[in-house]
Design a protein around this ligand. Structure first.
Ligand code: UT7
Length: 345
């Protein structure tokens, strides 16, 4: 009864004409454990100098047993809700972007339970490093369509559990963490300016976290594949070439579609994969370095978490301010990539 009346009251507050999106809060969480380049070089044949010069990464955070995606996502969501100053009962939807759920059946409902968001529906969405952007776009459509009023979008990943720690070509890149945004419907303005998204499964083999498919028997003549995953497999050069080609193209397309230009942008917030990718995309779009946000030196590539983790840091240290225009792009396994143009606030 309470659930139905709360829901009805919230939806009645929305004017179903001209619904727009407003950004209300951000949050993030990273595990305490720090793995520096110097420490990785005790495990594989690499060096701080090589990793820094080829990627820009100095260190990354690694989950210990207490820090799974549910825990990290919960902590990020909680800080976003605190910044938004929302009553938890008013959250309608919790969308968790992750490729490494604590529970393969979905981790978002556990986050819902920990938050006590009793009136929300919660589910997971998987699109690797594009996951947060795809989830943000999905959430914006629910808001603009009038289905929900308040949404928490979370990006959280624990790739350290799926990295081959003997493969120096990939293990140096990844770290663990979570970030979240609190967004809501408004009929006063629309700060979700536009988006574009794309996938190309034909190039999917460049970056995989494949299932193992070990053949076992249930009884005679009935086989099954036991569960489990092989470590991440990556063709770094191909992923690099894909990113520096497709990301400027999709952002340029988005600028033309929304009638904005790269000069209107206050901040470029890209998926934090490699500093050289960030620099190359910025050069191609003629966006100066001062406008390109980067924190991969401290956290490496946290997959679905990089964009909200970066945004939360910039919002809390007052770099991103009310009404700043942010061009953002996620890209990675699938292959998948997307872009969104938003105004903070
Ligand atoms: O979310 C998306 C996730 N994936 C990515 O973002 C990956 C994008 N790709 C990249 O960031 C880069 O391709 C890497 C950082 C992974 C690799 O950098 P690269 O400049 O493309 O190096 P490379 O693969 O061309 O390798 C150059 C050399 C090779 O040695 P030889 O064959 O020239 O003797 C590698 O064996 O560097 C060697 N190498 C290393 N050396 C020291 C590869 N990894 C390492 C390492 N330490 N960790």
């Amino acid at each position: 009864m309470t659930y139905i009346s709360n829901k009805k009251k919230l939806l009645e507050e929305i004017n179903f004409n001209q619904i727009g999106v407003s950004f209300k809060g951000s949050g993030s969480y990273v595990p305490d454990q720090i793995l520096t380049n110097q420490k990785i070089s005790q495990k594989v044949d690499t060096s701080d100098e090589w990793i820094k010069s080829r990627t820009g990464i100095s260190e990354r955070r690694i989950s210990n047993l207490g820090d799974n995606v549910t825990e990290m996502g919960y902590k990020a969501a909680l800080t976003a809700i605190e910044m938004a100053n929302w009553d938890i009962e008013t959250v309608d939807l919790i969308l968790l972007a992750t490729s490494t759920p604590h529970d393969l059946f979905g981790s978002a409902p556990s986050i819902q339970a920990k938050l006590g968001a009793n009136n929300a529906v919660a589910f997971d969405l998987t699109a690797a490093c594009s996951g947060f952007l795809f989830a943000l776009i999905t959430a914006s459509q629910f808001l603009k369509g009038g289905s929900f009023k308040r949404v928490i979008v979370i990006g959280a990943d624990q790739l350290s559990s799926f990295v081959d720690w003997n493969d120096r070509r990939s293990c140096i890149l990844f770290g663990d963490g979570a970030g979240a945004l609190a967004i809501e419907a408004t009929n006063e303005y629309d700060n979700f300016i536009g988006f574009d998204m794309s996938t190309d499964g034909k190039r999917g083999s460049f970056l995989n976290l494949p299932s193992k498919n070990n053949k076992e028997k249930i009884i005679d003549n009935i086989d099954f594949s036991s569960g489990g995953f092989s470590p991440i497999q990556m063709n770094g050069q191909e992923v690099y070439k894909f990113a520096v080609r497709e990301v400027p193209l999709i952002l340029d397309k988005l600028f033309r579609k929304t009638k904005y230009s790269s000069e209107d942008v206050n901040w470029l917030v890209l998926h934090q994969a490699n500093q050289r990718i960030l620099d190359s995309v910025g050069d191609k779009l003629k966006i100066p370095k001062e406008k390109i946000l980067s924190n991969l030196e401290k956290f490496g590539n946290t997959s679905a978490a990089t964009i909200p983790l970066m945004m939360d840091e910039a919002i809390r240290n007052n770099r991103i301010r009310q009404n700043d225009i942010i061009a953002t792009s996620g890209f990675g396994a699938g292959l998948s990539w997307g872009a969104a143009l938003i105004k903070w606030g």
